[in-house]
Design a protein around this ligand. Structure first.
Ligand SMILES: CC(C)(COP(=O)(O)OP(=O)(O)OC[C@H]1O[C@@H](n2cnc3c(N)ncnc32)[C@H](O)[C@@H]1OP(=O)(O)O)[C@@H](O)C(=O)NCCC(=O)NCCS
Length: 135
């Protein structure tokens, strides 16, 4: 298994994976233009095994902070440390781009996702509220 930057030809495989491994808290649609943008920005990481895409992470850098989205692992490949490896690779990428702090958005009621981020060493920041607006 390797973790690498996604390439344009991974687009359909990423969408197929997200159709089976979407966070309960995700609200933006998973569509080809959105995935293509993330790939062009060099922000989409994939875990690949024997030619199959089995995990993803978007590690975005906005020039100030790092943000992680769309951490997902194929249902039949869970509890093998794949998400942990993706997060580590995302941290390496964001650190190399200049990030000093990383945020991950996690559904408060999502027991599995909360456990994952805690296990990865992220603290729950209960003091900050998130304000959002769709464009
Ligand atoms: C959350 C998700 C990405 C975890 O992927 P994974 O590859 O199974 O995670 P890992 O094997 O790296 O788990 C690392 C640690 O996280 C915690 N963890 C992961 N899954 C867990 C579960 N189902 N229950 C409790 N703890 C869990 C454990 O501490 C685990 O370490 P351990 O296996 O040694 O106990 C995966 O379940 C998934 O794709 N879920 C659907 C999409 C989603 O909700 N993504 C999160 C968005 S914030």
């Amino acid at each position: 298994m390797i973790v690498r930057r996604a390439r344009a030809r991974d687009l359909e495989a990423v969408l197929r994976l997200w159709a089976t491994a979407r966070s309960q808290a995700a609200s933006t649609p998973d569509d080809a233009p959105g995935v293509a943008h993330a790939i062009e920005q060099g922000a989409l990481l994939v875990a690949e095994d024997a030619g199959a895409i089995i995990g993803t992470l978007i590690a975005g850098w906005d020039g100030w902070r790092g943000n992680m989205y769309r951490l997902a692992v194929a249902p039949d490949r869970r509890r093998l440390g794949i998400a942990s490896q993706l997060v580590e690779a995302g941290e390496t990428l964001l650190r190399s781009r200049g990030a000093r702090r990383i945020t991950a958005l996690v559904g408060r009621e999502d027991r599995v996702a909360m456990a994952l981020w805690r296990a990865a060493g992220y603290g729950h920041d209960a003091g900050i509220a998130r304000f959002v607006r769709n464009l």
